[in-house]
Write a protein that binds this ligand. Structure first.
Ligand code: PGA
Length: 215
């Protein structure tokens, strides 16, 4: 089973999402081989949930979660809120580490709160120095040099990183960073359990092509 995670980041409007979901719902593929996890911006979670609820092996994920529990934290979205919509949550994405200055302590609190709410956690790491918490369910290796840049690292470098991750255990290891319909096949080996896709996940035709490459 491969994971394919669509990280829409701060892209797409409601109208675009409705069109996207029509294309996606009408796409036939072997869903027994691929778990698709769609991660929309928070305001659109309910809309996407309605569109995917009848689809096999398609889940909803949040792009981040608050390190706090409920309380006076303006703008924060807690794990308790997310669990009403989503099964997964992405934690520690490099854009949040960089833009929002999320620390390892914040990330650990996000993981703790998510696990308390039975969310499955996808922990993004940039390199072997980022901590791999035991609370992470899936580890996404995303080298910063490849995120949103069109740079495609060599498979051997991705596998070499995997071999350095002593805390990985038997957990799924996925790759993210400029994965697109042309490059995904070159990474589709048994040691890589799936992909976290940003830019190429916001165009439904591209995302469907990636799904087809993994069938
Ligand atoms: P990208 O983003 O596919 O646009 O490089 C990946 C990610 O940030 O998770």
């Amino acid at each position: 089973m491969k994971y394919l995670i669509a990280n829409w980041k701060s892209e797409l409007t409601l109208t675009q999402i409705e069109t996207y979901m029509q294309v996606f719902s009408n796409t036939k593929y072997d869903s027994s081989k691929i778990s698709v996890i769609v991660c929309p911006p928070f305001p659109y979670m309910q809309t996407v949930k309605k569109s995917v609820s009848h689809l096999k092996n398609v889940f909803l994920g949040a792009q981040t979660v608050s390190p706090f529990n409920r309380g006076p934290y303006t703008g924060e979205v807690t794990a308790e809120m997310i669990k009403d919509f989503a099964e997964y949550v992405i934690v520690g994405h490099s854009e949040r580490r960089n833009i929002k200055n999320e620390t390892e302590a914040d990330i650990e609190n996000q993981l703790i709160n998510s696990k308390k709410c039975n969310l499955k956690t996808i922990l993004c790491i940039r390199n072997e120095r980022d901590k791999i918490s035991e609370l992470a369910d899936v580890i996404a290796y995303e080298p910063e040099s490849a995120i949103g840049t069109g740079v495609h690292p060599k498979l051997i470098d991705i596998l070499s990183m995997k071999s350095k991750l002593v805390d990985l255990g038997g957990r799924p290891f996925i790759y993210g960073g400029s994965v697109d319909k042309s490059s995904v096949s070159s990474y589709n080996v048994k040691e890589v359990d799936g992909f976290l896709v940003g830019k190429s996940s916001i165009y439904p035709e591209d995302f469907v092509s990636i799904i087809r490459s993994l069938e």
